[in-house]
Design a protein around this ligand. Structure first.
Ligand code: SF4
Length: 396
């Protein structure tokens, strides 16, 4: 088994109106430099978290639990993911420093997938060429919509032409694995608007698309605009039609849906993100980063200055550590994937027959046409993808 490495870069040029991520507005390069120092220090200090007490507790509750071997060892890594925030605000020198620490302290596969999240209007031919030569081989950037009116509503800080230009620059720099995100169900967005977005995205022929329905997060400017009536509430029925449209159009264009919101040309599924859905280990570094080592989930401080100070003072910024209910999480994360859950794998991992344990829930969800059980797998139906939260709640 190989792990993934996640690096959180919490700086953005401005704050989007719907965003609740841990991110700071980029003001001065010194703060970024200090943050990169802290990130490198955290990477150098990394070690498995499982301690003898935790191991004994788990062993005594389930003597055949194989998760311990993953948590006890320092696994090789085959993916790196620079997420944010806007990692493309890093200079090539800063990316090189981080990459050198990883090369020295981790056993990184030669063919590792190395993704960097980017935002339009933050990249140039020169920086993209430098990232590419440092081994970044996958780019994921936020388009969200090709409609300038909607980009303003989202306070994205770029226009549609910036997004088109970013795609062109990426191709020119040699990126042959490009993903971008679009959001459906924006306030005032019509089905025709969404169709135009999808058509343009598919015409550009990226290798991967992430297509989300808008989520409203409390405390964001967009949530406030909707509450005060300054923007119309997104219409749920239209959003459902948009979802159906994205399934049909992506499929006709040769994309395979492999997760509720993710679509890829064959062979271009995100290796890194699939680790989350399969509950495989991912080590996270940086402010607010979460990790899962096979047994324990732990996370870092959410405030950037506090994160940097904690690392500088005592080398750790961990604020939460818990042993998760892996058998339950494996179900609702695995159900996000189109191929669903392998019944035999569940039995091997958790020494439990899922159909015995959840017989009533599985029957009920199948009767409602939200789940199907076939060929040794349990997976969501099309309807189940739209009402996935109802399905997941049955297994919590
Ligand atoms: S670019 Fe992404 S992380 Fe940054 S503010 Fe916008 S949505 Fe949030």
């Amino acid at each position: 088994m190989s792990a993934g490495i996640y690096l959180h870069i919490p700086f953005c040029k401005s704050r989007c109106s719907y965003c609740d991520f841990a991110t700071d507005v980029y003001r001065e390069s010194n703060a970024v430099e200090r943050y990169v120092d802290a990130l490198c220090a955290e990477l150098k200090k990394f070690q498995p978290r499982i301690c003898a007490d935790d191991a004994d507790k788990i062993r005594s509750s389930d003597p055949r639990d194989r998760r311990l071997s993953a948590a006890n060892s320092f696994l090789p890594a085959d993916t790196i993911y620079f997420g944010g925030g806007t990692p493309s605000l890093l200079t090539a020198d800063q990316v090189e420093r981080i990459k050198e620490v990883i090369n020295t302290h981790f056993d990184l596969a030669e063919d590792a997938e190395i993704t960097m999240e980017m935002n339009p209007a933050t990249v140039s031919a020169e920086t993209l060429g430098a990232y590419r030569s440092l081994g970044v081989n996958r780019a994921s950037f936020g388009v969200q919509t090709f409609n300038d009116r909607d980009l303003k509503l989202l306070a994205r800080g770029h226009d549609a032409n910036d997004a088109r230009e970013t795609f062109r620059l990426l191709r020119d720099a040699g990126f042959d694995n490009i993903s971008f995100d679009l959001i459906a169900g924006l306030p005032g967005q019509t089905l025709d608007d969404w169709e135009r977005n999808l058509d343009e995205a598919l015409k550009m022929q990226p290798e991967h698309l992430s297509l989300y329905l808008l989520e409203i997060h409390e405390g964001t400017p967009l949530a406030e605009q909707l509450r005060s009536g300054r923007r119309p509430m997104p219409d749920e029925d239209i959003a459902a039609e948009m979802y159906e449209m994205m399934l049909d159009k992506t499929s006709s264009a040769g994309f395979e849906q492999y997760e509720i919101s993710n679509f890829a040309k064959p062979g271009f599924e995100s290796r890194h993100n699939t680790k989350y859905w399969r509950l495989d280990p991912v080590y996270g570094f940086g402010v607010s980063a979460h990790s899962f080592d096979g047994v324990l989930r732990y996370s870092n401080e959410r405030d950037t200055s506090a994160y940097v100070k904690s690392i500088e003072d005592c080398s750790t910024a961990e604020v939460m550590r818990e042993q998760i209910d892996a058998a339950s999480e494996f179900i609702f994360l695995g159900l996000r994937l189109n191929k669903g859950i392998d019944i035999d794998e569940y039995r091997r991992r958790y020494d439990t027959d899922i159909q015995e344990k959840y017989g009533a829930e599985l029957r009920d969800l199948s009767d409602k046409n939200l789940l199907e059980i076939a060929e040794g797998r349990i997976k969501l139906t099309r309807k189940g993808m739209l009402f996935s939260n109802e399905v997941f709640a049955a297994f919590v």
